[in-house]
Structures are given as structure tokens and as C-alpha cells.
Design a protein around this ligand. Structure first.
Ligand SMILES: [Zn+2]
Ligand SMILES: [Zn+2]
Length: 344
């Protein structure tokens, strides 16, 4: 199929405003691939950029994408036209302390995103360094494979928590990353309780195998910092990005328990250092992915180990619907992951 001269793209204009525009096709460098975008997921990061207005006017968001190779630079030899691929984020440098200790997500020389930071995949085409792409196995649809990046994020949090099969976890916040974390934990046999205020998301968490879904008010902290709740958790995943979620979650841990910060937010929690000290709690953040995070995520998805039909909204959004979908996600009116299908 011959390439068009221009493409439609959802361009960030200002806080809460995205416009669909005609843009020239990206120009390819030697190692680049041009993808005809099949699907691109809406991430919490995209919401911060658009709904909270951190974005750069004129930029195109979207980093959770799959597509077919439509053109290749002269040195992008690992792929052929028509190959089905998923964006896999940039690898680390391979030689710093972090890369050598299998934590490439902390590498300072890691480039941002697979696609150029300001030219993402909320568009009909996206330019990507072909070295940051992975093939999608035949058993996996390009639509389902669009969950690869957020699932790799969720798996990284699970890895850092050190949670094991027979243990109990609390997931605070059942938005897209909370539900993916829940599904990944269930796939590993962990018992999961969820806390979530929105009825739609509570229902979704139940259908994904949470053993209980609580209102946030039910997470009552013990009176004294050395006291524990009746059935404390081995690990807590803070996926709400709120200070309330962090403060309530921390107080639900058993001694030597671990809280992993997975959700981001601009308001800061208050920390009870006495609770951390007296119970030897561990607090860590999860940023980026495990060393083989994308491969692990693709394998889980291809295995059919996750209920993708419930993790993703049933109807994909067109580019014109992206702005509205972002507001709905931000306000909690949409429970699951929204995928944009730019060619519809
Ligand atoms: Zn993401
Ligand atoms: Zn490195």
C-alpha cells in the first residue's frame, strides 16, 4: 500500500484540549521504522500531560502502541514491511551500575520512550527506532498487545514488592494500572484485596478476582504506630496517586511489609516515620520495567493468562474521541484501559 503524504494526529493544544490535525508523515532516520498504528493505550502519564496541562503545545502523546511496519530506514534490518510489532521502550546503556545489576529502568543514559517524546502514537503513523520494537507473536492480536507496556509497568511493581504466591496484597486504586496490577497478582496466585471509591471500578475489580473490594473509608488506621490491623497485608500497591491512598495503605501493612508506589500524583502524603521504624516497613517506588519486562508481558498476554476483554474498554476510541475519553478516565467515569484506534 503506498504511503500517504500526511496523517491525522491528535495534537495537544492546551490544558484539556486536543485537536485532530493533518500532519506530514515523520521523516525516518537510518534505524527508524514507520508504523501504521493499530492501537495506542491511554496512560496515566497522558492524563497528567493533557488534563493537568503539563504537555507541550503542539505535541502528540501516546506511548503504548502496536502497529504494522509501513516503511524502514536503510539500516533497520531486523524487520520487514508488514511485520506486526509493539513499542518496547528504550533499553539501558548496558554498562552502568544499574544496567549491570539488571535494573536498566534506572539507567541515566536510557532514552525516553521508544518514540520521540513529543511525537507519540495518537496518530495514524508513528516513527520509532526499530531497535526499540518487539515482534508480536501470531497468537496475539495487535489490540491485545497494546497492553504490553502498562502490563510491563505492573509486573515491575509486582517484582519489586517481592510478593509470593501464598501471600496477601492490597491494591489501593483500581484505575487502569491498579486493575493490571490486580490481574498480574492473580495470575501469580496472590490473594488481593482492592480499595476503590468509584462503583464502576469496584465492580471491575471484583470481576478480575479481588477477594474483597473495600470503600477507602474501610481502611481504618490503627490508633498507635506499633499497632497493626487485624489481618495486615504482606504488600500494598499504591495505585491511586493520592496522599490518602498512600497514608491509608501504609497503615495496612504487617511488620516488615512492603509498600510499592505505582501511581503518580502531585499532592504529597504525610509519612508516619514511627510506623515505618517500629514495624521495619519498606517503601519503594516502581519506575519503568523489569529487565525482560516487555518479553514477560507479551508472554503473559499471548498465553491468555489475563482477562484482556475486561481490562480494556469494549469500544475503542477514534482520535476525535480521545479528549473526551481522557476526561472520563480522569474523573473515574471509565473503569478500564482505553485504546485509541487511530485509523477508525
Ligand atoms: Zn504507560
Ligand atoms: Zn545504563
Amino acid at each position: 500500500m503506498p504511503l500517504p503524504d500526511s496523517m491525522r494526529a491528535a495534537v495537544y493544544r492546551e490544558k484539556c484540549r486536543i485537536e485532530v490535525e493533518e500532519r506530514p508523515l515523520p521523516v525516518l532516520g537510518a534505524y527508524d521504522a514507520l508504523l501504521r498504528v493499530s492501537h495506542c493505550g491511554v496512560c496515566g502519564t497522558d492524563l497528567h500531560l493533557v488534563v493537568e496541562g503539563w504537555g507541550k503545545p503542539g505535541s502528540i502523546g501516546g506511548h503504548e502502541y502496536t502497529g504494522e511496519v509501513a516503511a524502514l530506514g536503510e539500516r533497520a534490518e531486523a524487520f520487514s514491511l508488514g511485520d506486526r510489532v509493539v513499542g518496547a521502550g528504550a533499553p539501558g546503556c548496558g554498562s552502568c551500575d544499574y544496567c549491570r545489576s539488571h535494573r536498566p529502568g534506572l539507567c541515566a543514559r536510557r532514552e525516553e520512550f521508544g518514540a520521540e517524546a513529543f511525537q507519540g502514537a495518537f496518530a495514524e503513523y508513528v516513527r520509532v527506532d526499530s531497535r526499540h520494537l518487539l515482534p508480536v507473536p501470531d497468537a496475539l492480536s495487535l489490540r491485545d498487545a497494546a497492553l504490553t507496556e502498562p502490563l510491563a509497568v505492573a509486573l515491575h511493581g509486582v517484582t519489586l514488592s517481592g510478593v509470593r504466591g501464598a501471600q496477601r496484597a492490597l491494591v489501593v486504586g483500581a484505575g487502569p494500572i491498579g486493575t493490571l496490577t490486580l490481574a498480574a497478582l492473580r495470575a501469580r496466585g496472590v490473594e488481593v484485596v482492592v480499595s476503590e471509591p468509584h462503583p464502576l471500578r469496584r465492580k471491575l475489580a471484583e470481576s478480575l478476582g479481588a477477594s474483597a473490594v473495600l470503600e477507602p473509608d474501610a481502611l481504618v488506621p490503627p490508633a498507635m504506630p506499633f499497632d497493626l490491623i487485624d489481618a495486615p497485608f504482606d504488600t500494598v500497591f499504591e495505585c491511586s496517586g493520592t496522599p490518602e491512598g498512600f497514608e491509608a495503605g501504609l497503615a495496612q501493612l504487617r511488620r516488615a511489609g512492603t509498600l510499592v508506589i505505582v501511581g503518580t500524583g502531585m499532592r504529597h502524603p504525610r509519612l508516619d516515620p514511627n510506623r515505618v521504624l517500629l514495624n521495619e516497613l519498606v517503601i519503594t517506588g516502581a519506575y519503568n520495567y523489569d529487565e525482560n519486562g516487555f518479553e514477560d508481558a507479551i508472554a503473559l498476554l499471548a498465553d491468555g493468562a489475563l482477562p484482556v476483554d475486561r481490562l480494556v474498554e469494549p469500544v475503542d476510541a477514534a482520535l476525535e474521541e480521545l479528549e473526551g475519553a481522557m476526561l472520563d478516565l480522569f474523573e473515574g467515569r471509565i473503569g478500564a484501559k482505553v485504546l485509541v484506534a487511530p485509523s477508525t
